[in-house]
Design a protein around this ligand. Structure first.
Ligand code: GLN
Length: 483
């Protein structure tokens, strides 16, 4: 049962081949048996899952239908879930039970999805390796000595290990696409504003965006359908109609103009990954696409700009966790200052503290113009590069990451080495554009992703291209040994 995609599950449930309760029980047993190897869950929600599955079966018996009705999923542990721990991977929120459901959680529940649990993540979504979680590192099912990527590493590892067909995730600088690439999944970061951020614990509010991780583009379409839409509770949510993402999957790629930025193929890219990306380009050419070389001249400035803007916003967002209003409180504080200092010092891990310090520094009166304002100007240049490129091409294609998944611990002592791995993903967040990563082959037994970027609100086009590619390749069907 665990090998089925969401689309197959939907057909099986509709044809009464199995019930949601049966499927949920089977997957819960599988999680209990296999998750200790990869540590992809922070909380398991067996009781909730079984009651949601029962309710979904009842709704089907009453004549309701829907692709997600009775489908098992999990939520990254920064989506608030009412009455259930929502930890954000941090000791700070270890005992936080959210008083309400995030919009994404509520929408998926209303569509009938069954929540199996809350997935592990880098603390406050800061990281690219899922090693900064207070609940321990997540292991990559493709090689347990390697990282699964981050910060949505728990969602990615769980789906890759066939513990469930799909999960929610968030992407501030690559945290959906990069773990998708590292674990052989399809992951979609929607346009900024497409999916509500209400109830999604903020890292960097102008960059954060929720989206799905699944095995196929077809499944990402089903998940996005359940997640997207205007939300009056999120002031940056955009009031645009949500198209039917499944309908467009089968459009022909004849004449599709694909731009390949020359800057992507620089010295930093593993040549074996470059070769796989060129193979995927050839595959898309066979399907009728036309390739054009383009340039994104400001790409080289994106990492420094991002690593000013994201920590600046984080330092502000995380100020609420002070042991009084929110979060962990230290034992026996001597006075108010001691309470703040020790609660934050003990509650936050070292990477989060580093980002808060960098952000507070960049925002301080003497340095605001030199760092924060400058970074915002670069952000505009990065966006303009994309706008110019999209005058000439329909989508942009390149590698998702410069290297495959590294070994656990390999970059923990050098944060900048890890930041540099985000080179291909963070530009989409700075510009607010949608991006997708899909499986494109293997290097040393580790998965490699190809990234597609599209103009605003063209998620459907990304899913269409990825689906057509997946109809003609089988990389996405490969399963890690032992799972
Ligand atoms: N690796 C990036 C960071 O640490 C992106 C994380 C994310 O997308 N949440 O900021």
């Amino acid at each position: 049962m665990h090998h089925m995609t969401l689309a197959e599950i939907a057909r099986g449930l509709a044809d009464k081949k199995f019930s949601s309760v049966e499927l949920t029980q089977a997957l819960l047993a599988r999680i209990a048996q296999l998750d200790p190897q990869i540590n992809s869950f922070i909380s398991r929600t067996e009781d909730l899952a079984l009651s949601q599955a029962k309710a979904a079966d009842q709704r089907r018996a009453n004549g309701e239908s829907g692709a997600l009705l009775g489908a098992p999923i999990a939520h990254k542990d920064l989506f608030c879930t009412q009455g259930i721990r929502t930890s954000c991977g941090s000791k700070m929120l270890d005992n936080f039970k959210a008083p309400y459901d995030a919009t994404v959680v509520a929408k998926l529940a209303a569509a009938g999805a069954v929540t199996l649990g809350k997935t592990n993540m880098d603390e406050f979504a800061m990281g690219s390796a899922n090693e900064s979680s207070w609940y321990g590192a997540v292991k990559n099912p493709w090689n347990l000595e390697h990282v699964p990527g981050g910060s949505s590493g728990g969602s990615a590892a769980a789906v890759a290990a066939r513990l469930l067909p799909a999960a929610t995730a968030t992407d501030t600088g690559g945290s959906i696409r990069q773990p998708a690439a590292f674990t052989n999944l399809t992951g979609l970061k929607p346009t900024y504003g497409r999916v509500s951020r209400w109830g999604m614990i903020a890292y960097a509010s102008s960059l954060d965006q929720g989206g799905p991780l699944a095995r196929t583009a077809e499944d990402c379409a089903l998940m996005l359908q359940g997640m997207a839409g205007f939300d009056p509770n999120d002031s940056t949510s955009i009031d645009e109609p949500v198209p039917d993402y499944s309908v467009g999957l089968n459009a022909s790629l004849q004449g599709l103009r694909i731009g390949v930025p020359k800057e992507y193929f620089s010295a930093g890219l593993d040549p074996r990954i470059a070769e796989l990306i060129h193979n995927s380009i050839k595959e898309l050419e066979k399907l009728g696409a036309v390739i054009k070389e383009i340039s994104l001249p400001n790409m080289q400035h994106a990492i420094p700009a991002y690593y000013v803007i994201a920590p600046a916003e984080a330092s502000s967002n995380l100020s609420r966790f002070d042991g009084v209003r929110f979060g962990y409180r230290c034992e026996n504080p001597e006075n108010l200052q001691d309470l703040y200092t020790r609660s934050r010092g003990e509650g936050f891990g070292s990477e989060v503290q580093r980002r808060i310090m960098v952000g507070a520094y960049a925002l301080s009166a003497g340095y605001y113009d030199a760092y924060y304002l400058k970074a915002q100007k670069i952000r505009r240049l990065v966006k303009n590069d994309f706008m110019n490129a999209f005058n000439e091409v329909d989508i942009i294609l390149g590698p998702t990451t410069p290297n495959p998944a590294w070994k656990l611990g390999a970059k923990s002592s050098d944060p900048v080495a890890a930041y540099l791995e985000d080179v291909y993903t963070i530009t989409a967040n700075l510009a607010g554009l949608p991006g997708l990563s899909m499986p494109a082959g293997f290097v040393d037994g580790l998965p490699v992703g190809v990234q597609l970027l599209a103009p605003y609100f063209q998620e459907g086009r990304l899913l269409n291209v990825a689906h057509q590619y997946q109809l003609n390749t089988d990389w996405h069907t490969r399963t890690p040994t032992g799972f």
